[in-house]
Design a protein around this ligand. Structure first.
Ligand SMILES: NC(=O)c1ccc[n+]([C@@H]2O[C@H](COP(=O)([O-])OP(=O)(O)OC[C@H]3O[C@@H](n4cnc5c(N)ncnc54)[C@H](OP(=O)(O)O)[C@@H]3O)[C@@H](O)[C@H]2O)c1
Length: 311
């Protein structure tokens, strides 16, 4: 069958195009995709920061949809099942063929949109608050880009663990949104200086924030670097060693809960949606045909929260 996909061209642009899809093999299924997650790492693959094998290159890590067809040896799924997956490159597509081991069944009370908005970002936060630095009640936590996709989940999750969250944002409008969500200590980096003392800084922004925010970390605290859209910061290990600051470079690909494609850790994250800690009811939605616009808006810091594409 033919389907529509978005691929990265050699020019570092995204192109929406029709391609021929192979039939599912014995252990594979055909999925009609309903919602696709957009992550900043997709921008890094598109713009050449991270290499791809060959052009045109598939892009996108996660999606949710409905199984339309199953291979002869598929054991765990039947047509009509609602499913989701993460960590399988090529998600920017209307239909996909994947091995059944890449998928998990989506609970009935989680929408396709919520799943696409939360899987990679939610597992990133799972890693950040449970492994990179274990957030404890009473701690003060600094979150950069606190209204971004990962940032808004991280801020809400850390607060639910009993931490006080100080957050930074890149505009007055984002500050207003953060205040509406009940965060009291919000710093608009365009007009305000970072102040305070914190037990941990979570930095998914990079060069423009990392070194400055280290000055706020208490001796014995943690500095977790997990992304660098503003560029890779210079990392002064001696400076951190002198102050007993624990430096962590956090990478989701190496996190066991992400490597396990059965979605086990997702249940914990879905529970946080069910009990209202994480709110993913209104992700920003773009048509799959507008994937290039979604990237442009993400890169130019126009978006807040999670972004999804709909075929
Ligand atoms: N380590 C891992 O394995 C892992 C896994 C997933 C995601 N990540 C990282 O997590 C971070 C957040 O990802 P996301 O998908 O949720 O994106 P996002 O936070 O929704 O978007 C990026 C945000 O970063 C801030 N920013 C500051 N300087 C920027 C610049 N020069 N260019 C663009 N943005 C800038 C902006 O917020 P303000 O305007 O409010 O500053 C922007 O909205 C990214 O760095 C991503 O690579 C890492």
């Amino acid at each position: 069958m033919r389907t529509n996909v978005v691929l990265i061209e050699q020019t570092n642009e995204l192109k929406y195009q029709a391609v021929e899809l192979k039939n599912p093999g014995p252990n594979e299924v055909l999925i009609r995709q309903k919602a696709i997650g957009v992550n900043y790492v997709d921008v890094f693959f598109r713009n050449g920061t991270f290499p791809v094998d060959a052009f045109p290159a598939p892009i996108g890590l996660e999606a949710a949809g409905i199984i339309e067809q199953v291979g002869a040896a598929v054991k765990n799924f039947v047509p009509g099942d609602r499913v989701a997956y993460y960590g399988a490159t090529g998600a920017y597509a209307a239909h996909r063929v994947l091995h059944e081991n890449d998928l998990f069944k989506l609970p009935d009370d989680i929408t396709f949109e919520q799943a696409a908005a939360v899987m990679v970002k939610g597992l990133t936060v799972h890693m950040l608050v449970k492994a990179s630095h274990v957030v404890k009640a009473g701690e003060v936590v600094l979150v950069h880009a606190m209204m971004g996709g990962v940032g808004s989940l991280l801020s809400a999750w850390a607060r639910s663990l009993g931490a006080t969250v100080i957050g930074t944002v890149g505009s007055a409008a984002k500050k207003e949104l953060a205040l509406q969500r009940g965060f009291e200590q919000v710093i608009d980096l365009q007009t305000e200086q970072m102040t305070g003392k914190v037990d941990v800084v979570y930095d998914g922004t990079g060069k423009t924030t990392f070194q400055q925010s280290l000055a706020l970390v208490n001796p014995g605290g943690s500095a977790v670097l997990y992304g660098w859209p503003s560029g890779m910061p210079d990392i002064d290990m001696q400076w951190m060693e002198d102050r007993s600051i624990h430096f962590v470079s956090a990478v989701l690909n190496h996190y066991p809960a992400y490597q396990d494609k059965s979605g086990k850790a997702m249940n914990e994250i879905f529970d946080l949606i069910r009990n209202g800690v994480l709110n993913l009811d209104h992700p920003t939605v773009y048509a799959l045909t507008d994937a290039a616009k979604a990237h442009a808006d993400l890169e130019s810091r126009k978006t807040t929260g999670s972004i999804i594409l709909k075929p």
